[in-house]
Design a protein around this ligand. Structure first.
Ligand code: OAD
Length: 240
């Protein structure tokens, strides 16, 4: 039989917190059935990052890149938010000041009902033009014969690729939230990608930082407490 997860004083800390920041990564969406990036079966173990997630790769072969993002978008739409996503939305409802900064582009936090969501790495539910400010919803697979925008640019997913900077307004809001948080939860991220991971470091936040992850991560040494468990084994127990 599985041992119950020890929450310790986490419930009390949550009740007492004046300002909460949650940082999530692909591990929380693993609960919905989506692959992570670096874990077993992770996307970056079986796919070439530089081909699929860089502006240079897109310039070389936009059809290959779009074929992959079409598949990923359809996969996102085919799954449901997990109990962990839903629990975070409920925690937000009871909190005075709550920010959810996610590295995920799958929209599952919004679909679960979270409101104050900062999508650090963008969102796959929209495409944007490489040349002008045009945007369009990306709900159904994009027609691979219609990748050009009228202005002469190309449609690309509205996500942050390697070598690109994060949206400035989103990043600024995330750092502000880290600055005022007194409790921070870091859930389902390996902490390998900056600047997102730096939100949880003492140089950025004075908050009490709790990591929820079945495995040790690059952030473990920086956090105040690590709960070695899956997100859905912890978060639903924090909401009444
Ligand atoms: P990673 O694949 O690097 O890490 C996933 C983490 O989730 C690992 O630490 C796992 O142990 C943990 N995990 C797995 N299942 C879990 C569960 N059920 N509950 C809690 N944790 C679980 O993914 P990210 O940290 O999200 O960027 O990767 C960060 C960024 O790297 C992504 O946003 C993406 C990628 O390149 C871009 O595409 C820009």
């Amino acid at each position: 039989m599985q041992e119950a997860v020890q929450l310790g004083d986490l419930e009390d800390r949550l009740d007492a917190a004046r300002s909460i920041l949650v940082l999530t990564g692909s591990g929380i969406s693993a609960e919905s059935g989506l692959p992570t990036f670096r874990g077993v079966g992770g996307l970056w173990r079986t796919h070439r990052v530089e081909e699929l997630a860089s502006a240079a790769g897109f310039e070389r072969d936009p059809v290959l890149v779009w074929t992959w993002y079409n598949e990923r978008r359809l996969a996102h739409r085919a799954v449901e938010p997990s109990a962990a996503h839903v629990a975070l939305a409920k925690i937000e409802q009871n909190a005075a000041d709550f920010t959810l900064a996610t590295q995920n582009v799958d929209s599952l936090h919004l679909r679960a009902g979270s409101r104050n969501v900062l999508e650090l790495h963008g969102k796959l539910r929209e495409a944007k033009c490489t040349r002008c400010d045009a945007r369009r919803p990306f709900d159904d697979a994009l027609d691979l014969n219609a990748l050009e925008h009228a202005c002469g640019g190309m449609w690309r997913p509205d996500i942050v690729w390697f070598g690109e900077t994060l949206p400035a307004d989103v990043l600024e809001a995330a750092f502000e939230a880290a600055g005022r948080a007194d409790l921070m939860l870091v859930i389902g991220t390996s902490g390998m990608v900056r600047p997102a991971a730096s939100l949880a470091t003492k140089a950025v936040t004075q908050a009490y930082v709790v990591e929820i992850n079945p495995e040790e991560t690059a952030l473990t040494a920086h956090v105040d407490r690590s709960i070695r468990a899956r997100a859905s084994d912890v978060l639903p127990h924090l909401v009444t």
